[in-house]
Design a protein around this ligand. Sequence first.
Ligand SMILES: NC(=O)c1ccc[n+]([C@@H]2O[C@H](COP(=O)([O-])OP(=O)(O)OC[C@H]3O[C@@H](n4cnc5c(N)ncnc54)[C@H](OP(=O)(O)O)[C@@H]3O)[C@@H](O)[C@H]2O)c1
Length: 229
Amino acid sequence: MATRKTALIIGASRGLGLALAEEYCGRDYQVTATVRAPSKALDDLAARFPVSLEIETVDTTEPASVKALKQRLGNRIIDTLLVNAGICLARENTPIDADVNDFVAMMVTNALSPMRVVETFEDQVPPRGIIAVMSSELGSIAANRGFWELYSASKAALNMLMKCFSQRHPGDPRAMLLIAPGWVRTEMGGSQAILSIEESIPAVVTAVEARAGKPGLKFMSRHGDSLPW
Ligand SMILES: NC(=O)c1ccc[n+]([C@@H]2O[C@H](COP(=O)([O-])OP(=O)(O)OC[C@H]3O[C@@H](n4cnc5c(N)ncnc54)[C@H](OP(=O)(O)O)[C@@H]3O)[C@@H](O)[C@H]2O)c1
């Protein structure tokens, strides 16, 4: 009997992460989805998929919390590791007037912590597995149009750290992905965003799945197209 594929989705209490958990459950994965605090929406999803969905707890910015999750999960195989957790603060500010604490929080949450999660769990991702992190079109330096500056800087930093990770793993057979989901109506994206969650996440998962067995790092759109760095 074929074993079901597994996915670990970090940051699934709401928004895109919650939708990712639903999409992977719908595709018959065995899903572990994490929250920082109880999420009724994810609890409701677990009630719909009692066999497929397991809820775990982690705060990516707390090393002890990440380590504890690692211990609880043991050596299980993770076919798709997808780090989705992120924040957006001070979006209208520029370097001259931004609160330093907001900038630091974004750099820690959006750049450093996702890569620490990747470093912590990558040994459980098999050769045909996928190591993916939620980036953003705004992380592209080449395509920058000068808004949400500090958030954009944190996603550019994430892209650089993922690039460094891939360079430190020459010949690694696994797919490594930086995903840009499009501008989506979530708490972060806001009501003006152009895409619904349903217009983004199923496409994201299809594009991610299509990379299985394809080594190397790709910064890609929800359609799987390469984006300019
Ligand atoms: N929406 C967009 O248009 C858009 C576009 C490009 C990229 N993205 C990226 O996509 C990802 C999800 O965005 P979203 O729109 O769904 O945002 P969201 O609605 O604000 O949800 C953010 C998620 O990240 C979690 N999170 C934040 N900090 C965390 C931490 N330290 N540890 C663990 N979980 C944490 C949140 O958990 P809590 O509920 O506990 O806060 C929540 O589940 C982010 O990385 C974002 O930068 C979004």
